[in-house]
Write a protein that binds this ligand. Structure first.
Ligand code: IPM
Ligand code: MG
Length: 364
């Protein structure tokens, strides 16, 4: 089992170190190799995704990724910005299926900005298409307008596009995921306005006929954004395109009150995957030792389950995280009155200790 470890920028290095520690506490043999990515790689090699990092990611079974980005790179040409590293990895590894669970842990119900009764027990899985849509559609660029409202003016444009096979494969992923849950899929589109999303809706409907046991409904993205804050528990699996998924997954994450808790997985057709926390590089708190490592630790659990075929080890990490929360330890982002505030490293140590304890219990 080879893991490419790409900590990246900001809090990335701190949180990935904790996840690595947790992986090392399991009785499994991994080959782990670390490489630079994002702004850190730009500083050292002049590119956010150096060829050597990409090669390492390609030959590994899975990539454990921290976060990339810092305001200081905002002025660089787009191809050199840290974000291009994660987009380049998605594209080059064909990571088209992005899983973003939004789970509200019982202990953290109070951290949500919504009323407890709206979010307690919340368990949504957002499945975002990750290699198509307006993110990658060509052509794109800047030019002088020849028509439109202001001919002769400077304009910029991007292209939203999806092909039938791209929609089919992500739809299959969603229906298959729903079969393992409560057998409901909501497909989010903007078919009332956009051709791209009329095709999306038609194709998802067709694929849905192959899954008669799964209930499918369709929702426009504006309504979905509203329903997510009105009655989030009505959703189970949500499947949508790249851009809508970007936006709705942040919204869903915040319902749980703690984006610092949410892992994600991005998979290709051969189950190779990139695993990263749903949050970003948080340069404002980098180096302070206060970032929450749990999203990254839970991403490592998803990695064990989806790419490394070690479901029991994944369960062990997830129950260790629950035990640690139950014991009252909190990083600052999820801290509340009556709990104990800890830093990044202490949180990682506590998860390791919880894993080691369960190991002892199962062995005796
Ligand atoms: C995400 C991020 C990325 C995206 C950025 C960093 C390119 O927001 O993973 O959701 O837009 O996909
Ligand atoms: Mg995003």
């Amino acid at each position: 089992m080879k893991i490419a470890v790409l900590p990246g920028d900001g809090i990335g290095t701190e949180i990935v170190a904790e996840a690595v520690k947790v992986l090392q506490a399991l009785d499994l043999k991994f080959e782990m190799e670390t490489a630079l990515v994002g702004g850190a790689a730009y500083e050292a090699h002049g590119h956010p995704l150096p060829e050597s990092t990409l090669e390492l990611a390609k030959e590994a079974d899975a990539v454990l990724f921290g976060a990339v980005g810092d305001w200081k790179y905002d002025k660089l040409d787009r191809p050199l910005r840290p974000e291009q590293a994660v987009l380049g990895l998605r594209k080059n590894l064909g990571l088209f299926a992005n899983f973003r669970p939004a789970i509200c842990y019982d202990e953290l119900v109070g951290a949500s900005s919504l009323k407890p009764e709206l979010v307690s027990g919340l368990d949504i899985l957002i499945i975002r298409e990750l290699t198509g849509d307006i993110y990658f559609g060509q052509p794109r660029g800047r030019r002088t307008a020849v028509d439109g409202h202001f001919p002769g003016a400077e304009e910029a444009f991007d292209t939203m596009r999806y092909s039938r096979p791209e929609i089919e494969r992500i739809a299959h992923v969603a229906f298959q995921a729903a079969r393992k849950r409560s057998k409901r899929v909501t497909s989010v589109d903007k078919a009332n306005v956009l051709e791209t999303f009329q095709l999306w809706k038609d194709v998802v409907t067709e694929v849905g006929k192959e899954y008669p046991d799964v209930a499918l409904d369709h929702m426009y993205v504006d309504n979905a954004a509203m329903q997510l804050v009105k009655a989030p528990k009505k959703f189970d699996v949500v499947v949508t395109g790249n851009m809508f998924g970007d936006i709705l997954s942040d919204e869903a994450a915040m319902l749980t009150g703690s984006i610092g808790m949410l892992p994600s997985a991005s998979l290709n057709a051969s189950s190779q995957g990139l695993y990263e926390p749903s949050h970003g590089s948080a340069p404002d708190i980098a180096g302070k030792g206060i970032a929450n490592p749990l999203a990254t630790i839970l991403s490592a659990a998803m990695m064990l389950r989806f790419s490394l075929d070690q479901p029991e080890a994944a369960d062990r990490i997830e129950s260790a995280v629950k035990d640690v929360l139950a014991s009252g330890l909190r990083t600052v982002d999820i801290f509340s009155e009556g709990t104990k505030k800890v830093g990044t490293r202490e949180m990682g140590d506590a998860v390791v200790a919880a894993i080691t304890t369960t190991k002892k219990i199962t062995k005796s």
